[in-house]
Design a protein around this ligand. Structure first.
Ligand SMILES: Cc1cc2nc3c(=O)[nH]c(=O)nc-3n(C[C@H](O)[C@H](O)[C@H](O)COP(=O)(O)OP(=O)(O)OC[C@H]3O[C@@H](n4cnc5c(N)ncnc54)[C@H](O)[C@@H]3O)c2cc1C
Ligand code: SF4
Length: 495
């Protein structure tokens, strides 16, 4: 599938194409596939390696090292300090994600249009809906079957049902999933329809080329027009790629603004307005074995508190990660480690109100992001609900993971009066969904790209990823990113 591997390039190289796409995650793959199917020449440049299903590592440590950016531990500065997790591989973060598929909720779309009425024509919901239909058919998106769910998912269903919270099996982009619980390390059987297994091969069948292991360092622009990109291979060789029609940035909501800034393009609020869904996780010990490393990695969700900006999901990890997350000391720690098979793990994603900033550091992006007081209260409420669901489902003990709260809770009544700590450092959280750093909008002063996804100041330069989203979405973003990227590609094709 790969035309050129940057590891084989040790001398300066010049390439050219109609369109250059930077990044091969959902946004880049969809743009490449849409354009290639229209007969337009496309060259996708990806910083990460190409990895086949058979090469996907079983353990988290090796997966983090080979498939993730910065060992999966890129750090945001702020309170609390949080890692932001991203894939760095052909297929982008879709290779290591949970395959959870959600349409952009209509209420979120209404918020976008209310804030900028021009988005009503630019992103009509009925067109998005038609794209969601196509994407769901292309990627085999369907609810997780009970036979492959495994206890970690089924217990979440039980807990939510007892508490009367709306819940359902997660719709995922998988075909022939056997519930091997390895989505976050890359599916070893290629059963997840991540971009390397779906839209990228389709793009290549229609003539697109993919270059891997080349990091794009800047967008080349002349007299207000994008004419290509410059990049570098692991050995330091320079690669210059000319684009006769357009350059499309699809490098993610962190890396796309960094590329603009490094290219001297400071138009609009570039890098500002970073928003996210910080997540916290709760572990619970059950009498019966849960074996959370088996079954669909993320197969069940609780959606009844979405209006409170909370969404809950079962979380499957490999054994090493479960062990690393086990709390306590001495004999109780030893006993819990011996009993790892009895632990369940569920997470809550918060639609945080906080906004942060992405800047270009000398070597990597610098992300500054601190949660607001209200976000901390929402998180504490979400953690409490997770604990309540676990206890309702039959957990002997739950481990809330908030500093200042009891380490282990065995009764629901013990949760009732626990106050939300106001110190952000009491919370352990991570971010996997990011948005808003090159916002779309009709007014150049408030937006980086226009309603046609084109940069307000540079002709022929487009941004296709979730950087352009006006806000976070409160739901898993991959399907929304795919749909908006398809719309971006239509504009590129029409120029
Ligand atoms: C562990 C995890 C689980 C997740 N689970 C889900 C889920 O179940 N459902 C869901 O909807 N979302 C999920 N997400 C989020 C989702 O995967 C991302 O929102 C989505 O992949 C973002 O798409 P993207 O194309 O914008 O960026 P990415 O998928 O991050 O792709 C960007 C690509 O660009 C490359 N790149 C960056 N900079 C450069 C450069 N300078 N030169 C060349 N290449 C570059 C990167 O290496 C990367 O491969 C998850 C995320 C994580 C981390
Ligand atoms: S749960 Fe297992 S089999 Fe299913 S897609 Fe994920 S890794 Fe593949």
């Amino acid at each position: 599938m790969i035309s050129l591997d940057g590891r084989d390039v040790r001398v300066p190289l010049e390439l050219s194409s109609d369109v250059v796409v930077v990044g091969s995650g959902p946004a880049g793959a969809m743009v490449a596939r849409t354009l290639a199917r229209r007969g337009i020449g496309v060259l996708v440049v990806e910083e990460g390696p190409f990895v086949t299903p058979a090469e996907m590592p079983a353990d988290s440590f090796s997966a983090m090292a080979s498939l993730y950016r910065d060992m999966g531990a890129s750090l945001m500065l702020g309170a609390p300090p949080m890692p932001f997790v991203q894939g760095r591989v052909v297929g982008g973060t879709s290779v290591v994600n949970g395959a959870i598929s959600w349409r952009l909720p209509e209420d979120v779309h209404r918020e976008w249009v209310a804030a900028d009425p021009a988005l009503s024509d630019a992103l009509p919901y009925r067109e998005l809906d038609a794209l969601f239909d196509e994407i769901e058919a292309d990627l085999g998106i369907h609810p997780t079957e009970a036979e492959i769910a495994g206890p970690n998912n089924l217990l979440l269903a039980k807990g939510a049902e007892i508490l009367g919270l709306e819940h359902r099996p997660i719709s995922r982009n998988v075909r022939g999933c056997r519930g091997l619980g390895r989505c976050l390390q890359g599916c070893p059987e290629g059963n997840k329809t991540s971009m390397d297994r779906s839209y990228l091969p389709d793009a290549v069948r229609h003539g697109a080329r993919i270059v891997c292991n080349v990091e794009v360092t800047r967008v080349v622009h002349e007299q207000g027009r994008a004419v290509g990109v410059e990049g570098v291979t692991p050995s330091g060789a320079r690669v210059r790629i000319r684009a006769s029609r357009a350059v499309v940035l699809a490098a993610s909501a962190v890396q796309s603004p960094v590329l603009l800034i490094r290219s001297g393009l400071q138009q609009g609020p570039v890098g500002r307005g970073f928003s996210a869904h910080p997540g916290a996780a709760v572990a619970g010990r059950f009498r019966e074995p849960v074996r959370l490393w088996e079954g669909a990695t993320q197969g069940h969700e609780v959606i009844g508190l979405r209006k409170e900006r909370l969404k809950f999901e079962a979380l499957g990890y490999d054994m090493t990660l479960v062990a690393a997350r086990t709390k306590g000391v001495g004999a109780s720690l030893v006993r819990d480690l011996e009993d790892l098979a009895h632990f369940a793990n569920w997470g809550v994603a918060v639609r945080a109100r906080a906004e942060g900033v992405v800047r270009a550091g000398p070597k990597r992006a610098i992300v500054t992001y601190s949660l607001e007081r209200e976000d901390l209260r929402t998180t504490a409420r979400g953690v409490k609900v997770l604990c309540e669901m676990m206890l309702a489902a039959g957990a002997e003990a739950v481990f809330p993971g908030i500093y200042g709260w009891p380490e282990r809770v065995t009764e629901r009544t013990a949760l009732a009066d626990l106050p939300a700590p106001s110190d952000p450092n009491a919370y352990t959280m991570a971010v996997t969904h990011m948005f808003g750093t090159c916002r779309m909008g009709s007014r150049p002063a408030d937006a980086v790209v226009g309603t046609d996804f084109q940069h307000h100041a540079i002709e022929g330069l487009y941004v296709a990823d979730s950087s352009v989203f006006p806000t976070n979405t409160g739901v898993n973003p991959q399907t929304s990113i795919l749909a908006l990227a398809a719309m971006c590609a239509r504009h590129v094709a029409a120029r």
